[in-house]
Design a protein around this ligand. Structure first.
Ligand code: R2B
Ligand code: URA
Length: 313
């Protein structure tokens, strides 16, 4: 597709290039002799990206490297794939990346800047590899509002700390605001997967994305706190009434960047604490491990369903 050919696009999207479905919006990219994805330690000259990644259909991302390694083992077992899966981000320790058939599993660290860097390189990787029809899902943890810990929340809308469904990036000293709309059909399908499994409670609702775990999420247990418990509870009540089910730290930029690049995206997070009852996370490790496996089980079920359906058609 040529630059600027599509209709119904935002000004930003008009000037984008779309190689086989993945949209990038950078006129400089095509004139670069080589594109080195520094934090992945992968590059267009050193690696045959279409051969390595061209068949990717699902990308699952999550904060911790060990959780994404565990997901890799889980999805391999679920898909009946046998083998050893090694980290494709060799000799660099920013992120880990594993590939099991059409499923890529990548860690993104904590917070907006960390996931944004990973997503820039992921989107370019998928673009260079000429991937098509890719679904990206963030599997995460979060603090729940009025939800029993262990509840899985599928995000309907990713909102910022001011309840706005947008993500603001400062570019060349000026604020640029981007939409954080997620794929509603995908969210409903994921909710249905949770219900079909019937192993844990799954709900759908808004997810608030903050810039910090402590003051940014109204905790009383950070190194600094300038508000009262009443102030905190008033805020949590207010956002809960506005439709926020859980709070985490990556969903807005994740939603915005996936939307910009034409990627179908969803956020599935387990709640590990009910913020209406407290701030500290003291859940025993075994319980926490089981909670953290829940988004993996749900998304594993979804991926299997989709792959079986595509085999039949
Ligand atoms: C959830 O958990 C992390 C903070 O503990 C953060 O990455 C998030 O979004
Ligand atoms: N992750 C968050 O960002 N907040 C919580 O309360 C729990 C996990």
């Amino acid at each position: 597709m040529q630059r600027g050919e599509e209709t119904n696009l935002t000004e930003e999207e008009k000037y984008s290039t779309c190689k086989g479905g993945i949209r990038v919006n950078n006129p400089h990219l095509d004139s670069m002799k080589e594109d080195f994805l520094y934090h992945f330690n992968l590059g267009t000259s050193s690696h045959d990206l279409p051969a390595m990644f061209g068949d990717v259909k699902f990308v699952c991302v999550g904060g911790s490297s060990s959780r994404m390694a565990a997901f890799t083992k889980y999805i391999a077992k679920e898909l009946g794939e046998k083998g050893e899966y090694s980290n494709l981000c060799v000799d660099i320790d920013r992120y880990v990346m594993y590939k099991v058939g059409p499923v890529l599993s990548i860690s993104h660290g904590m917070g907006i800047p960390s996931i944004a860097i990973m997503l820039h390189e992921l989107i370019k990787l998928l673009y260079h590899a000429r991937c098509t029809d890719v679904t990206v899902i963030r599997l995460g943890t979060s603090g729940g509002l009025d939800l029993e810990p262990g509840t899985v929340v599928v995000t309907k809308r990713a909102v910022d700390s001011m309840l706005k469904p947008s993500f603001e990036q400062i570019i060349l000293g000026k604020p640029v605001v981007r939409n954080t709309e997620l794929d509603s059909k995908l969210a409903e399908e994921l909710l249905k997967c949770g219900e079909e499994l019937g192993k844990f409670k799954t709900v759908i609702g808004d997810t608030m994305c903050t810039l910090d775990f402590y003051e940014g999420q109204g905790r009383l247990d950070g190194a600094f706190c300038s508000y009262t418990e009443e102030d905190k509870m008033r805020y949590l009540d207010q956002i809960c009434k506005a439709g926020v089910c859980n709070i985490e730290m990556e969903s807005t930029v994740f939603a915005a960047m996936c939307k910009q690049s034409n990627l179908r995206a969803a956020v599935v997070c387990v709640t590990i604490v009910n913020r209406m009852n407290g701030d500290q996370i003291t859940t025993p490790h075994e319980v926490m491990d089981e909670y953290q496996s829940r988004p993996q089980v749900l998304v594993g079920h979804y991926i299997k369903k989709k792959l079986n359906a595509s085999k039949k058609s």
